[in-house]
Design a protein around this ligand. Sequence first.
Ligand SMILES: *[C@@H]1O[C@H](CO)[C@@H](O)[C@H](O)[C@H]1NC(C)=O
Ligand SMILES: *[C@@H]1O[C@H](CO)[C@@H](O)[C@H](O)[C@H]1NC(C)=O
Ligand SMILES: *[C@@H]1O[C@H](CO)[C@@H](O)[C@H](O)[C@H]1NC(C)=O
Ligand SMILES: *[C@@H]1O[C@H](CO)[C@@H](O)[C@H](O)[C@H]1NC(C)=O
Ligand SMILES: *[C@@H]1O[C@H](CO)[C@@H](O)[C@H](O)[C@H]1NC(C)=O
Length: 306
Amino acid sequence: MKLQYFILVVIFSDIQGLDIKADYFIRLSNQKINKSDPTILIESFQTQHKRLCLKGCFKYDGCEYADFKNKTCVLYSYNARFYISFDSQNKLYRKRIPKNLRLVSYWPVTDGSLKDVSNAQDLYEQTNFSFISDRFGNTNSAFRIQSGYARAPAGIYFSGDFTITAWVRLNAYLNHQRLIEFGKQLYSDHVLVSLSGPSRQIYFHTYNGNIQYVLDSTTVLPLSIWHYVTFTASGPVMKIYVNGTLVANKTQSATNVVQSVNRLYNFFGKSLFPDPNANCDLDDLKIYNKELSGSEIEKEFKSDFF
Ligand SMILES: *[C@@H]1O[C@H](CO)[C@@H](O)[C@H](O)[C@H]1NC(C)=O
Ligand SMILES: *[C@@H]1O[C@H](CO)[C@@H](O)[C@H](O)[C@H]1NC(C)=O
Ligand SMILES: *[C@@H]1O[C@H](CO)[C@@H](O)[C@H](O)[C@H]1NC(C)=O
Ligand SMILES: *[C@@H]1O[C@H](CO)[C@@H](O)[C@H](O)[C@H]1NC(C)=O
Ligand SMILES: *[C@@H]1O[C@H](CO)[C@@H](O)[C@H](O)[C@H]1NC(C)=O
């Protein structure tokens, strides 16, 4: 009885395997993925069958592409969708239903580019600014500001729940050193993150109109090391995570800590308040229009996708 059941399961999963391409994947001809750092590449393995390659993609919720040739299967995360280019010799398989990332903006900083690959809100006004290698050693794939900043165009960016994520490396502790300050005007509708405050700690403030909501932490980021920082707001609840671990949270007396307005002064590294420009390195800057869960944040820290 048990053996019969086992055989049935094997046959059933085999049949499912044969159908897997038609049901769950689309074949993309003449396309390749032209980047292969750990934010893009999940894994590569040898296998005899394409269906085992495609099945491999199902092990990861964030796997979106598979490339199978010459008995080699390469799996790519959803981050690869921003690095597709033409190649008449190649074909790719893409999951039929792509993940809805809920990205408002994503500045990956690659090959000396400050493009927002999700919504074309490209950075400009770079000041005391240079491209540097990222945490994987890719050249011109992160940026350094030394008493400097970069600016994002006017836009709404934040209207309800949101998440900000970034890789950051501090080169000095400056008082009220901004990672980000996006706002409508001074004292109005700021979303503001400082990587080092009066006692070197990280903090996260917002203004809904001119009403300020404050979340402080006691966490100090060591200098000269890359850290993954995350700031979330869900209704009244604000949270700060470092390397995927919650370090501070607070429930504010408001239904929403931001309002949906067109923000005109949007900076990385700079403030409208009389605070110094930042001295730090930044990479992989993202804004989502939802609160990422603790486990999504931990996954993004560990494997660059969730
Ligand atoms: C296929 O793989 C084999 C061994 O892994 C290698 O020797 C051969 O060059 C590959 N062929 C192509 C076309 O990539
Ligand atoms: C990779 O693809 C992107 C998006 O299509 C394109 O902008 C970029 O120039 C390509 N890079 C290379 C090296 O082919
Ligand atoms: C750029 O850096 C120099 C040297 O630190 C500083 O004097 C200058 O004020 C900075 N420029 C801006 C626009 O902040
Ligand atoms: C965060 O993780 C990086 C490795 O990815 C490590 O170098 C760094 O020290 C960590 N930071 C903290 C505050 O634990
Ligand atoms: C948030 O903070 C409170 C105490 O201030 C704590 O009890 C709670 O576990 C924290 N964590 C989360 C995920 O909300």
